[in-house]
Design a protein around this ligand. Sequence first.
Ligand SMILES: Cc1ncc(COP(=O)(O)O)c(C=O)c1O
Length: 384
Amino acid sequence: MSSPDLSDAERQAVAAVLRTPNLSMGGEILAFEAAFQAYTHSRNALGVSSGTAGLHLCVRAAGIQDGDLVITSPFSFVASANVLLFERATPVFVDVEPHTGNIDPQQAHQAASDLLAGGRAAARWLPRRGAEAGGALKALLPVDVFGQPAEMDAICATARDYDLKVIEDACEALGAEYNGRKTGTLGDYGVYAFYPNKQITTGEGAVIVTDDDAAADLMRALRNQGRAPGDTWLQHTHLGYNYRLDEMSAALGRVQLSRIEELLGKREQVARWYTERLEEIPGVEAPQMAPSTTQASWFVYVVRFAPGFDRDAIARRLEQQGVPARPYFLPIHLQPYMVERFGYRAGDFPVTEDLGKRGLALPFSGVMSEQQVETVCRMLARVI
Ligand SMILES: Cc1ncc(COP(=O)(O)O)c(C=O)c1O
């Protein structure tokens, strides 16, 4: 489905780390974080071991705990909702916009207003079961889906109206711009992730950015087993985690980030090849961009089939021809553990479910050739 874009510079940087005795908590993580600060113009950048770890730390920094409510999207990778469950908070899902798959900002605003009003108004947004009565609304957690920014101006306005924190899940959107501003920097905290299919990779890893210095200090302590500044190796002021990013990963990330414009440009070119060819295949819809997406950052290339097409049969046939393709996303609220815990049913979030039924991710990376894109599209046309 995907392949990282690595050069000898990355290989040399990782090999150089392995010639030193410092494999964790050395100079590479500091250099990587400094490069990220400069790239995003953020006051703080923290390397962590995964996007999930980064989002979890943001949830802790936002003070989200037992029974609290957080408005988020059911059309996402599960981690964005799971990090709330880690702290025994309740994700309050609102449906998404049909074109982008990003959280619908009007519905998010209405949900915030109703949840704060309480009673019957609040109840229509809560799951059938599993939410504690009287839970406090603490935050919004929008996701920049497939590399396209959520409608962050409206979301941040809702947060200001109701005194809520905003955790921006930019795990899929490093380099994207919303009305000229970088994703990940638009809320109180943002997280970019670097699994090998992402725009840059560290193997596993992520970076949190925030302008909130106190939150950054807390998250630095929490990622390092709860050690506050001044604590020794065996002193732990907080209940923390080992969410550190090692030096090999940081070195890899530092070189990848120095190539970011090249990497994003190659991905954009591959997306353009796909879009040009798909125009010729009836019933296949290319990804759509919102006007606020002044710079897209392609993470995956997800097409949608017109109603009546059998997406799963198409995926199976493609696979038989040696072309991998994956449904993207399966809605979070219909994952078995979510159904069991909160009593969700099919039909609860119709737009999310419709996108989940019709979307198919095609093979995508910055190292794909025009010939490979051509082959995938020819196969797709034939299978259809
Ligand atoms: C939207 C979103 N959030 C969170 C994550 C979690 O990141 P990681 O796999 O690095 O834990 C991902 C990863 O794919 C993601 O796509």
